[in-house]
Ligand binder design. Structure first.
Ligand code: DGL
Length: 266
């Protein structure tokens, strides 16, 4: 079995990491569209077009499932991708993130840090309120974070101040903070230092659970035997700067990224 995972760059590695921890019988193809990053300041139409191209690439590479490891792409293109590619399940990160945030929040006030597009789409508010309308959701778009993480974020006083300026724009009485951009788990420690005892939600964990659930369903349906691999194969396709991707990715994953290629699209 093969899992296709994509993001606008390195952020989706936070989802890949959790998938790797939970699934040992499937290989992974990761697509990082860093040439077109950041998605968060593009139009919905532009993002849909890019996601359709990536979807084709993954389907051509025979994946059994597509994971949109990007909140912005989930907000802009989940439905579009599901309409176009009907042969495989397609999973986004917002629904899993919303479900866990609801479980964790006690005072029903949830904050979400995300890209400007995700914040503007109010996708988390909609997902959370669909499950339970009694929750309040506050979203803050953080324009500068994704590009800075993509280039290799350094923990510094200046960057802490920037993070603080975003967090301070959320109400102080939220008890739960969703990392509503898959790049943000890469700087989780810096965020944690600034939010006191609020709970941090990283949708990646629950997303990986959903991927496992879908693959189990598929295995049952097709009679596929899930055999544990000693080491799953991961191929990385990066549309932009491969060396930068490798550097930031290796730092986050704590391992060498061996098979990194430039795709023919992008
Ligand atoms: N990791 C993407 C997300 O979760 C970042 C999107 C961007 O490129 O702006 O939204």
């Amino acid at each position: 079995m093969k899992i296709g995972v994509f993001d606008s760059g390195v952020g989706g590695l936070s989802v890949l990491k959790k998938i790797k921890e939970k699934i040992d019988f499937a290989d992974i193809i990761y697509y990082g569209d860093s040439l077109n990053s950041p998605y968060g300041s593009k139009s919905v139409e532009e993002i849909q077009k890019l996601c359709l191209e990536i979807g084709e690439f993954l389907i051509d590479n025979r994946v059994d499932i597509i994971v949109i490891a990007c909140n912005t792409a989930t907000a802009a293109a989940l439905d579009t991708l599901r309409e176009r590619f009907t042969s495989v399940p397609i999973i986004g990160v917002v629904q899993p993130g919303a479900a866990i945030a609801i479980k964790e929040s006690k005072n029903r006030k949830i904050g979400v840090l995300s890209t400007p597009l995700t914040a503007k789409s109010r996708v988390y508010e909609k997902a959370i309120k669909t499950i339970n309308s009694k929750y309040e959701v506050f979203q803050k778009g953080c324009e500068l974070l994704c590009p800075m993480i993509e280039r290799g974020w350094e923990s510094s006083e200046r960057n802490t101040e920037l993070l603080k300026s975003y967090i301070e724009q959320l109400p102080n009485d939220i008890d739960t903070l969703v990392l509503g951009c898959t790049h943000y788990p890469l700087i989780r420690e810096d965020i944690e230092k600034l939010i006191g005892n609020k709970k941090i939600i990283d949708p990646a964990e629950e997303t990986a659970m959903q991927v496992l659930f879908e693959l189990n369903k598929l295995a049952l349906r097709t009679g596929f035997k899930k055999i544990k691999k000693d080491k799953i194969g991961i191929d990385y396709f990066v549309s932009g700067d491969i060396e930068m991707f490798r550097k930031v990715g290796e730092r986050f994953l704590g391992e060498k990224l061996l098979n990194v290629y430039q795709p023919l699209i992008g």
